[in-house]
Write a protein that binds this ligand. Sequence first.
Ligand SMILES: CC(C)(COP(=O)(O)OP(=O)(O)OC[C@H]1O[C@@H](n2cnc3c(N)ncnc32)[C@H](O)[C@@H]1OP(=O)(O)O)[C@@H](O)C(=O)NCCC(=O)NCCS
Length: 158
Amino acid sequence: MHVTLREVRDGDLPVFYAHANDPEGMRMAAFTAEDPSDRARFEAHWARIRQDPSVVVRTIAGEGGEIVGHAAVFGPTEEREVTYWIGREHGGRGAATAALRELLGVVPERPLRARAAADNGGSIRVLEKCGFVVTGIERGFANARGEEIDEVVLTLMH
Ligand SMILES: CC(C)(COP(=O)(O)OP(=O)(O)OC[C@H]1O[C@@H](n2cnc3c(N)ncnc32)[C@H](O)[C@@H]1OP(=O)(O)O)[C@@H](O)C(=O)NCCC(=O)NCCS
């Protein structure tokens, strides 16, 4: 699937909100916001990251301009991390892989980290296809699961 990354527009946010509240996406991501349905907190979060110069956040758009998801790099200089979310309606067609490849071209910083629930095989595969390697496993409380689960930490060195 061909995708492009562009600046986030106000009109993208309702789509991101729907993605963040998709039960299947929430289960996969596991480490979600405490209450993704809290619209005020969602809006505040997006307002904050869009004006934070240390956050590179982009809308992933499909060939017809449709909003496929979003991808971002965030965190302090020594611990920069990638994150992304693809709407389920666009899943399984290489969008995450293509978007992450493009993001890695835009953001030159290395190393970059990523985290995924240990059972999020699709996301781990996307990261490995883009050159990330597993460098650790941590335990953390996953809001979308209501319990502590294993989280894989991956690193892109070059
Ligand atoms: C996980 C997610 C990013 C995948 O997006 P996508 O666009 O479907 O991913 P792609 O199509 O680019 O690649 C998925 C790869 O994982 C593979 N895959 C899918 N499910 C898998 C599983 N359970 N175990 C192992 N590999 C799996 C696919 O076969 C594909 O690999 P391939 O190209 O070698 O065949 C997307 O489902 C998503 O955003 N989910 C909700 C939020 C989330 O989990 N974000 C990431 C948080 S770390």
